[in-house]
Design a binder for this molecule. Structure first.
Ligand code: NAD
Length: 441
């Protein structure tokens, strides 16, 4: 999808004028290329005294063969273990590490700060200090976004120290190009996940993707297939030809079905009667209108597609015990569900409901040795957003730390991380894929 503003504002001469006027100048983001290392440059790591992740982080950096940065020179990633910070007076450790380090961060660089969930920090003082990390990391994301860099906070529950690998591989690599300012919580593994092949982490896994004939759903299917998954792709019968074309390309099975049909959960369960490893609820629609002009049918038909049918499909698959051990449910929410949006009361309600479903079901899924998470895309360059009027379209692109829209593949990469059998400690999270959009939390 063309972003003319980016092209024009970065052209010679115009670029100088744009800089003088203070206009955003989006940089081209690094994205994953087959065979690339996790971090294509040096990693500078540090820790506040008393941190508990030193051994795990060092083992991780060895595993991904990361080159360590010395006291000088550029770094592609900054990693800071802040779990040792137990009092607000110790937050200065952040300043001590990042003050000399941040200027060394290269373009499309990565920053990950690691902390402890405040409720598990051990004392009110420690909880206060750990909660403070969120404001720091989100601000850092806004400071480095102009160079295409990102910053995240990863909260590691005590006992989850060995569950960092899949999350750090994602957040430190170009796969997380359009994810910034996020707080991800990692808990103990819900299931054992021995022997991951990091080049094909989804090999041998069966995955259902709804709404897969185009847009974000097609990108999800393509990325999951790249990572080795066997696919069952679902879409409405009206898009049969498109669905079949995608399925042929990805050697996938298809289900042509309206997910709101009364017998849809039963039909899906029949087709997955041998079990399924990952369900990606991507199908969704907008039916925009302000609430004053919203007929009931417009409200209800959207709610059925975006939320209620997902609940029914989940219930059916779980009742029939079809979600395999270390299984995954991954849902597609939206920034609108977090920040709200004029003209989208129905859509935002449904997408906030998706986040509620994820949070409410996570403990039950953990008991079944499975996880449920969501992604919340912001402005993604698709046919849907290309059709928007120019003013909201430009605002959607520019009002983020990265000053540009994301690509469907950015959502897909985030889902591939959550779907990985190695992400067995990631449960109940909603991760925004929005370039740290300035709207909402
Ligand atoms: N594009 C964005 O910027 C953006 C932002 C936030 C969230 N999202 C969400 O991402 C998801 C994919 O969006 P997209 O932009 O690719 O849209 P899209 O319209 O291109 O794709 C949605 C797909 O869902 C399918 N679908 C709709 N109703 C269905 C039903 N009843 N049964 C089965 N399939 C059905 C459609 O046929 C279509 O293939 C949606 O859930 C959307 O709400 C998109």
């Amino acid at each position: 999808m063309s972003d003319r503003y980016s092209q024009v504002v970065n052209a010679p001469v115009v670029s100088t004028v744009a800089k003088q006027l203070g206009l955003p100048q989006p940089v081209e983001l690094d994205r994953y290329k087959a065979g690339a290392p996790v971090v294509s440059g040096r990693v500078l790591s540090g820790a506040a005294p008393g941190g508990r992740l030193g051994r795990a982080l060092s083992a991780f950096l060895d595993q991904v063969k990361a080159e360590r940065a010395g006291t000088e020179g550029p770094a592609k990633a900054l990693l800071f273990d802040a779990t040792g910070i137990a009092d607000s007076s110790e937050l200065v450790e952040l300043q001590r590490f990042f003050y000399p380090a941040v200027g060394r961060l290269q373009r499309s660089g990565r920053i990950v700060v690691l902390g402890t969930p405040p409720a598990e920090a051990g004392s009110p003082r420690a909880a206060t200090a750990q909660r403070a990390l969120e404001g720091f990391t989100r601000s850092l994301g806004k400071e480095v976004g102009g160079k295409g860099s990102t910053a995240q906070l990863v909260l590691v529950e005590p006992g989850a120290e060995d569950e960092l690998a899949s999350t750090l591989r994602f957040l430190l690599s170009p796969r997380s190009a359009y994810v910034s300012g996020q707080v991800v919580r990692i808990g103990p593994a819900v299931a054992a996940a021995p022997g991951i092949d990091w080049d094909q982490p989804l090999a041998g896994k069966l995955m259902l993707v709804t709404g897969a004939s185009r847009g974000i759903g097609e990108a999800i299917a393509t990325t999951l297939r790249r990572d080795g998954a066997e696919l069952v792709l679902l879409d409405v019968p009206a898009l049969s030809a498109d669905l079949k074309a995608v399925a042929q390309r990805l050697e996938a099975e298809t289900i042509e079905l309206d997910i709101t049909a009364e017998d849809a959960p039963a039909q899906i369960a029949e087709r997955l009667s041998g079990g399924v490893d990952v369900v990606v609820h991507n199908a969704g629609v907008t039916r925009d209108r302000t609430i004053a002009k919203m007929p009931e049918e417009r409200w209800s038909s959207l709610m059925e597609i975006n939320l209620s049918s997902e609940e029914r499909i989940n219930d059916e698959l779980l009742d029939r015990q079809l979600l395999r051990p270390n299984g995954r449910i991954v849902c597609v929410s939206s920034m609108s569900g977090i920040a709200g949006n004029s003209g989208q009361t129905n859509y935002a309600t449904s997408k906030a409901g998706v986040i509620g479903m994820v949070e409410a079901m996570a403990p039950e899924l953990a008991k079944r040795k499975a996880t449920i998470n969501a992604v919340a895309p912001g402005f993604i360059e698709t046919q849907m957003t290309a059709a928007m009027p120019i003013a909201p379209r430009e605002a959607g692109r520019r009002l983020s730390s990265l000053s540009q829209g994301g690509l469907p593949v950015d959502v897909a990469e985030t889902i591939a991380w959550l779907a990985s059998p190695a992400s067995t400690g990631v449960n109940g999270n909603t991760v925004r894929v929005c370039g740290q959009n300035l709207l909402g939390a």
